[in-house]
Design a protein. Structure first.
Lengths: 137, 110
């Protein structure tokens, strides 16, 4: 990590309320990094919200998440570790569904707004790494 | 997220303050359903104080739109902030959800 990096962390049980806590934590990151453009904040938050919500909705009961968010140079980086059974990523839903669909956009949106999205489900739980590059004014 | 509903002449306005994500999306679905069951099929969702939306929030808007249209009405969105519009455009839902500058004028051309 370069010298001007800022990192915030949060952990908790994966619930819809925890998603709100995660987004509050990202807001605290933005307060410390006013140079990050608004659109990059919004789209990175979108990916983080989708991944965290997916863990909360599909990970099972009692899943714990440790999340770390960083601004490093011109990169927004999220690292989420959960205790859910290793998730199988189905590339099918990565296609944006039709405009009349009420669900199924999460993974497609995540991939659309990130420059890099990695999932490692081989160990005890899952590790999700999200990166978005922004332009510094 | 805070949700409030106000009745106007011929339509109702649901105002969303804060983030429209998984925790609050069921509240929006419920509010739209209650309006339609009570006979109000023209619904405006005022997003003027909505800070952020994700796919859960989008799903609630589309669900409400479908419910309103099946009932013979419509659901329109108003006062859309840039942060919400960016997500609508990614999903092409900006073309489906009629966007209006203010809640009061959303049903002017009925």
């Amino acid at each position: 990590m370069s010298g001007d990096g800022v990192t915030v962390k949060i952990g908790g049980l994966a619930t819809p309320a925890f998603v709100e806590d995660v987004l509050d934590t990202l807001d605290s990151l933005w307060e410390a990094t006013p140079f990050v453009p608004d659109e990059d904040r919004t789209l990175f938050m979108l990916a983080v919200s989708e991944v965290t919500t997916n863990i909360a909705q599909h990970g099972g009961d009692g899943v714990h998440v440790e999340a770390q968010f960083s601004v490093d140079g011109n990169q927004l980086i999220a690292l989420l570790r959960d205790t859910a059974p290793p998730a199988g990523l189905d590339p099918g839903p990565a296609v944006m569904p039709g405009t009349d669909c009420e669900s199924g956009r999460g993974l497609a949106l995540t991939l659309a707004v990130l420059d890099d999205f990695q999932h490692d489900g081989a160990g005890d739980g899952n590790v999700w790494t999200l990166r978005r590059t922004f332009s510094r004014a | 997220m805070n949700l409030t509903t106000n009745d106007h002449d011929g339509f109702s306005v649901i105002s969303i303050e804060g983030r429209l994500v998984a925790a609050g999306a069921p509240q929006l679905r419920l509010a739209v359903n209650q309006l339609i069951e009570a006979g109000t099929v023209r619904v405006v969702v005022d997003l003027g104080r909505t800070e952020f939306i994700d796919s859960s929030g989008l799903g609630a808007l589309i669900g409400g739109l479908k419910r309103a249209r099946v009932a013979g009405g419509d659901l329109r969105i108003a006062a859309v902030p840039d942060a919400v519009r960016a997500v609508l455009r990614l999903t092409n839902l900006d073309r489906v959800l009629g966007e209006h500058s203010t809640p009061e004028t959303a049903f002017d051309e009925r």
